[in-house]
Design a protein around this ligand. Structure first.
Ligand code: 5GP
Length: 205
């Protein structure tokens, strides 16, 4: 039985990230925005995104964890495990997220950041699972619409695996992956979309 299907290839991601970088550079011309990045999932996206922004951007990192098993169970209330190093008061802030699902986590986070009185506050998310949204979120810079599937790769993990996959795959059978977290290891061995595509769009289980 197949385990995962390619959702976004490395080329598609790189091209979209370049578009987002250009859009941000255009909108923030003459300014120096702070890219507030959520650890750990968004770091791969950040690494490509901020090199595509032709401005003196700054970066800062935040690490949060949901109370309870997931954001839905916790109602989006998060605990800050690592706060920003810099004061964002008066700064142009762009929150860089890997994926927005129910919108609960980002909504809580935006309220927290807004209370620090930045000059402006926007969201840049690589993936947007609109179909799962509970709280509305205004995403100014959006990479791709994401289907209601569990995805890994390009920073997104399952039990800390697959963040270093340069493409994004949708998992066909989440139960099988839960039973065997290394199920998609052949994808890591292939390391790039072309090699994966040569062996077919789907990986053997
Ligand atoms: P939200 O509060 O919007 O429901 O939660 C967003 C967070 O859920 C993301 O930052 C990510 O950690 C996690 N998440 C949601 N969907 C997926 C998915 O398909 N794959 C992975 N790896 N994480 C996901």
């Amino acid at each position: 039985m197949p385990a995962a299907a390619i959702l976004f290839s490395e080329e598609q991601i790189q091209s979209r990230v370049a578009d987002l970088g250009r859009a941000i550079a255009r909108d923030y011309a003459g300014r120096s925005p702070v890219l507030v990045t959520m650890l750990k999932g968004a770091v791969v996206f950040l690494a490509d995104l901020f090199r595509a922004i032709d401005l003196p951007v700054r970066v800062d990192f935040m690490s949060i964890s949901s109370y309870g098993s997931d954001s839905e169970a916790s109602g989006g209330v998060v605990r800050i495990l690592k706060d920003l190093d810099q004061d964002i008061g008066g700064e142009d802030v762009i929150v860089v997220e890997d994926i927005i699902d129910t919108g609960l986590t980002i909504s809580y986070l935006l309220a927290t950041l807004r209370a620090r009185q930045p000059a402006s506050l926007e969201v840049c998310a690589l993936l947007d699972k609109t179909v799962r949204r509970i709280l509305p979120v205004e995403i100014k810079y959006r990479g791709f619409e994401c289907p209601d599937r569990f995805v890994v790769g390009y920073g997104l993990d399952h039990e800390e695996r697959y963040r270093n996959l340069p493409l994004i795959v949708a998992v066909d059978d989440q139960t099988a992956l839960t039973d065997d977290p290394d199920l998609l290891a052949p994808l890591l061995a292939a390391r790039n979309a072309e090699k994966v595509e040569k062996t077919g769009e789907r990986t053997p289980s």
